[in-house]
Design a protein around this ligand. Structure first.
Ligand SMILES: Nc1nc2c(ncn2[C@@H]2O[C@H](COP(=O)(O)OP(=O)(O)OP(=O)(O)O)[C@@H](O)[C@H]2O)c(=O)[nH]1
Ligand SMILES: [Mg+2]
Length: 359
């Protein structure tokens, strides 16, 4: 799962990237000529895994992960086609966006538009993205029209059949609505997925409030129904992310910070993408696995290993919440809280699974 960090120049994207990924990240910088795109994978904090690890004392504890991509190069005017292809590809390929909005004022790094105004900045990139999607939709419609014109009755039907859908997308974009607010059938959604439309992707808006913690009322001013919103003191958290755990704790105490926004942002990123977690437990390993909402037990087993999906017989299932309440697997079984589920079972977030399978 990949989230692209976007925002205007000097909004603090790289700072937030460092705050989220510093310390534990597996950083790789892909450089292609003049463009550098930073990518890092971080683990998703999960108190349930910490707790399971306390209970089972496994040799190994494994969390789920999420990848952040720091995508520079976005500015007013890119919607007209000015964005280099490398960045456009990155944008199309990520699963969602973390939109960094500048909330801090600092003369050493002036805001490109002069004054600080998060709502305006949000609208700026939103409308550039809208324009980019509109261009893609129009070029698809053009292609369909060309196909009809050139090939007449021999036109490829799988292509010409797309016309009504793309006209619908066009009308929606022309009314200045992002594609994520357009209701589509499952088949339609699948068909357009490969296009990587930017306004179809989910967005988490993050205000980099700089050195002052914003009060939350400042956040509610943003007219943005489809996005989560969170506030982070970018520079400060980026600095803390460089420290080891003991120093970080001292630092936080000194500045009166009880909890880092970092954890919250990572968790929200995970929720944003609609990912759910199930767990496997034992003395060898306690592990979180991510699966898409609605997955069946064999599909979830397939996340662990394709052999488990192929040879799936049944899943032994109990709930993390029940374990947390009852304290042990023994108590879970005594209370009749462990179930045997078959191929139709839809796995839920927080399920603890043991897959029975033919090997
Ligand atoms: N005072 C203050 N300055 C910050 C904060 N976060 C970032 N900055 C400064 O703002 C400038 C831009 O930060 P970056 O993180 O490089 O911003 P960016 O969005 O990655 O910039 P580009 O990649 O050039 O578009 C730098 O000079 C940072 O030091 C903050 O929380 N407080
Ligand atoms: Mg940067």
């Amino acid at each position: 799962m990949r989230l692209g960090i976007i925002g205007l120049p000097n909004s603090g994207k790289t700072t937030i990237f460092n705050a989220l990924t510093g310390g534990e990240s597996l950083t790789s910088a892909a450089t292609n000529g003049q463009f550098e795109i930073n990518t890092a994978t971080v683990r998703v904090p999960d108190l349930r895994i910490d707790h399971l690890s306390d209970i089972y004392q496994p040799r190994k504890t494994t969390y789920t992960h999420i990848t952040y991509v720091d995508i520079a190069g976005l500015d007013e005017g890119i919607g007209g086609g000015a964005l280099p292809g490398q960045f456009r590809n990155e944008l199309a390929q990520v699963d969602g966006f973390l939109h960094v909005l500048r909330g801090f004022d600092d003369q050493r790094a002036p805001h490109p538009c002069g004054a600080v105004d998060p709502a305006r900045d949000l609208a700026t990139i939103d409308s550039e993205f809208l324009l980019m999607d509109l261009l893609s939709v129009e070029s698809r419609l053009q292609r369909i029209a060309d196909e009809r014109r050139v090939k007449g009755k021999k036109a490829k039907q799988s292509l010409t059949d797309q016309a009504p859908l793309f006209k619908k997308l066009k009308a929606h974009l022309e009314s200045e609505q992002p594609l994520r607010s357009l209701r589509l059938s499952r088949a339609e959604d699948k068909l357009i997925r490969g296009f990587g439309f930017l306004t179809r992707k989910p967005v988490l808006a993050v205000i980099n409030s700089g050195d002052d913690a914003l009060d939350s009322s400042a956040l509610s001013d943003l007219p943005y129904p489809n996005a989560g919103l969170v506030n982070i003191q970018g520079a400060l958290e980026a600095e803390i992310a460089q420290l080891d755990a003991a120093d970080a704790a001292l630092f936080m105490e000194e500045y009166g910070i009880s909890e880092l926004s970092r954890s919250k942002v990572i968790r929200l990123s995970y929720d944003l993408l609609g990912i759910r977690s199930f767990f496997t437990v034992g003395q060898d390993e306690v592990r979180a696995w991510s699966f898409p909402e609605g997955a069946t037990a064999p599909q979830a087993a397939g996340v662990i290993h394709s052999d488990l999906q192929r040879g799936f017989i049944r899943a032994e299932v109990f709930r993390y919440a029940d374990l947390a309440e009852l304290g042990s697997e023994f108590a879970i079984k005594n209370a009749g809280k462990q179930r045997l589920e078959g191929k139709e079972y839809r796995v839920l977030d927080g399920d603890i699974l043991n897959i029975r399978h033919n090997s």
